[in-house]
Design a protein around this ligand. Structure first.
Ligand SMILES: [Zn+2]
Length: 376
């Protein structure tokens, strides 16, 4: 992986490049950030750069024997640990799957990886055996590159086994670098946290995703912008959305909100039935589609409020007309509360709640909110 293949995150790239050039690389780092912001790609690019035989100021050469091995994920000095299935499993048993998985791009989610290893979706873990293996392999002196690098992807899954690694993370052998990768700081043992330099990755900006969709996947500017706006700063999300670019989330949202508003203004059995039908049909679509719909709804409300306040609004003309009508009749406080209710729905959907019930109860919550007398 070359740095130029990693999407955006320029200040982190710069920081890593400078540390390598000054030979002041921290021996234990934690790359922390949300899914899809490029932590693993950055770790792969950095590992390759550290051992490249002909690197320049900005990137690895991509051609020396070290780079070629790094690209194939078969460099003898770059080690990978990731969650695996089973109480005694070890990463090396799944290395072929790992190589295949990373062949095209190093942006994927934990759930994609576990689904590949086991279609019953068992819980992944990093076992005691794996930790012992890490200690063993870094106790061996012989290596061909300048640096030995240990990448631990999904460091949350170390759980208490992380204690086994404290000593080696605190005092790694010379020229050995540990790069831990995680989404959430809370899930990492404090004793590990205190021994690592933390690099916080921000979510990708809309324009970074928009550009990458055009450059890497050849989308038109219009298509790229539409997907980028609802991908929540995640390249993984943006790619998953690709397959659903034809879905008309706007029409779906308009129908849903209209039914709720009508049911609130003039309650009738017919509207109630239509609302139930809508939640049933939304509940019957895939979870990814539901998540995307919710992200679109949140984006729509955010932009509707921007339009109301005369700020730059990213909605197209049709969307904007509906959005402005909506903000004329619903106070901005209530719009914010609706946004929170829908955010909570997202939380339920990603945690595999029953989608039909979740959408119906969300509809009822919004209806109850609209009924309240607003002081504004
Ligand atoms: Zn090279």
């Amino acid at each position: 992986m070359l740095f130029k293949q990693v999407i955006a995150q320029e200040s982190i790239k710069e920081q890593l490049l400078l540390s390598a050039q000054a030979e002041k690389v921290s021996q234990a780092m934690l790359f922390l950030g949300a899914e899809g912001c490029g932590k693993l790609s950055m770790a792969l690019a950095f590992a390759q750069y550290l051992n490249c035989e002909n690197r320049n100021e900005k990137d690895s050469c991509g051609q020396c024997s070290s780079c070629i091995k790094a690209e194939k994920l078969s460099h003898p000095d770059i080690f990978y640990t990731y969650p695996t299935i089973g109480p005694r499993s070890m990463a090396r048993e799944d290395i072929e799957q790992w190589r295949n998985f990373l062949k095209d791009e190093a942006y994927f989610s934990y759930s994609d990886w576990i689904a590949l290893l086991d279609n019953e979706n068992k819980q992944g873990n990093i076992t005691a055996e794996e930790c012992n293996q890490i200690i063993r392999q870094h106790g061996l002196r012989h290596f061909e590159g300048k640096y030995k690098i240990q990448i631990i992807w999904g460091a949350e899954y170390l759980q208490k086994e992380g204690n086994r690694l404290l000593k080696i993370i605190e005092e790694p052998p010379a020229n050995t670098i540990f790069i831990l990768i995680a989404q959430s700081q809370e899930a990492i043992l404090p004793t590990i946290l205190s021994r690592t330099q933390i690099l916080k990755f921000q979510k990708l900006k809309t324009e970074d995703i928009e550009n990458a969709l055009q450059e890497k996947l050849g989308l038109s500017q219009e298509e790229a912008l539409k997907l980028a706006q609802i991908s929540d700063g995640s390249w993984i999300e943006a790619k998953q959305l690709l397959g659903q670019a034809d879905n008309n989330y706007f029409e779906s949202l308009r129908t849903w909100l209209l039914l709720i508003i009508q049911q609130n203004a003039r309650p009738s059995l017919s509207f109630a039935q239509q609302l139930i039908d809508w939640t049933e049909s939304m509940g019957a679509t895939g979870r990814q589609n539901q998540k995307t719909f919710i992200q679109y709804a949140l984006f729509f409300i955010r932009e509707a409020l921007a339009a109301k306040n005369g700020l730059n609004c990213k909605l197209n003309a049709t969307e904007k007309t509906v959005a402005l009508k909506m903000v004329e009749t619903i106070s901005w406080q209530k719009m914010l509360s609706i946004s929170q209710i829908i955010n909570n729905l997202h939380y339920q959907i990603v945690r595999n709640a029953n989608a039909k019930i979740a959408f119906l109860s969300t509809s009822m919550k919004i209806k109850a909110l609209l009924k309240q007398k607003s002081v504004f």
